[in-house]
Design a protein around this ligand. Structure first.
Ligand code: ZN
Length: 286
């Protein structure tokens, strides 16, 4: 799932490549992707791309400063920038991964795509980003929050820090992958309780959040659109590295189920060498 760094890179690429271009037309192939009826996609034709922004994990393309295409890429969605499109008629509804296409006046444009069968990609055409429910509920941006804001938000919710950190209403932008990385960098157990963290632990978590996300943004920015891939992240230490050695201490990265997915962590770096109990498994055993 694309998180803050990947969406930031996409927004940056669009700002560089698409701003100033006029829209020829918007084609919707998967009608279920578009969650709004008014304004209609035809309202975008003839307008100029004036900005691209990120709201947490949401991407917004701005037309004439007052119309927004807000996109949540969900688990398997992505934005592919095309220098040109194959000749032929407009996008046909139905088959294939392309859900929505925006054609610009220089022949380039972008496709919103979604792989797999679980269709969660969501696009909204709105005159105010806050009209999108997920955007309206976002907490402060995880990369922009200062220590006081970060600490206040984190302690406002009681729960396992992994869950609190990925709750978009607490802090916006961090998902499953980068929360694993941040907790590893801060040497904290993912199951530590958010309201019981010491001031030093909160400060370490804040520092790790800025560093991990900042590094990931710098790695992504400057890549060509074709190289921007949400699912192929580089520089990860524990996430999706179950069974591989921790690059810090050499211990074996372990995995445990969490919510509807799983998390990865290093026992030596994060949990005093003790493996975390897999609650889902122990519930089954009991
Ligand atoms: Zn380690």
């Amino acid at each position: 799932m694309p998180e803050l760094p990947e969406v930031e890179a996409l927004a940056g690429y669009l700002r560089e490549r698409a701003v100033g271009r006029r829209v020829d037309r918007v084609e919707v192939a998967a009608i279920s992707v578009l969650k709004t009826y008014e304004p209609a996609p035809a309202a975008v034709s003839g307008r100029t791309v004036t900005d691209a922004r990120r709201y947490g994990k949401f991407l917004a393309v701005v037309f004439d400063d007052d119309l927004y295409l807000v996109v949540h890429l969900a688990r398997a969605g992505w934005l592919h920038y095309r220098e040109s499109f194959p000749s032929g008629g407009p996008l046909r509804p139905g088959k294939g991964p392309i859900a929505l296409r925006v054609r610009l006046d220089d022949g380039s444009g972008f496709d919103l795509t979604e792989a797999g069968t679980q269709k969660k990609l969501a696009a909204y055409l709105v005159t105010d980003p806050a009209a999108v429910p997920g955007v309206a509920k976002l907490g402060p941006d995880a990369l922009a929050a200062d220590l006081a804001t970060f600490a206040g938000r984190l302690r406002s919710r009681r729960g396992q820090v992994k869950g609190v950190l990925t709750d978009q209403t607490v802090l916006a932008g961090v998902g499953n992958a980068y929360s694993d990385e941040i907790l590893h960098a801060a040497r904290l157990s993912p199951f530590a309780l958010s309201d019981r963290l010491t001031d030093d632990q909160v400060a370490a978590l804040h520092e790790a959040t800025g560093r991990v996300l900042g590094d990931a943004v710098s790695r992504s920015v400057g890549q060509k659109a074709a190289e921007l891939k949400g699912e192929k992240r580089s520089g990860l230490t524990v996430h999706a590295r179950t069974g591989l050695p921790c690059p810090i201490c050499g211990d074996t990265v372990r995995e445990v189920s969490f919510a509807d997915s799983s998390l990865q962590y290093c026992p030596t770096c994060q949990t005093g060498g003790k493996p975390l109990a897999d609650r889902r498994l122990s519930r089954l055993v009991r």
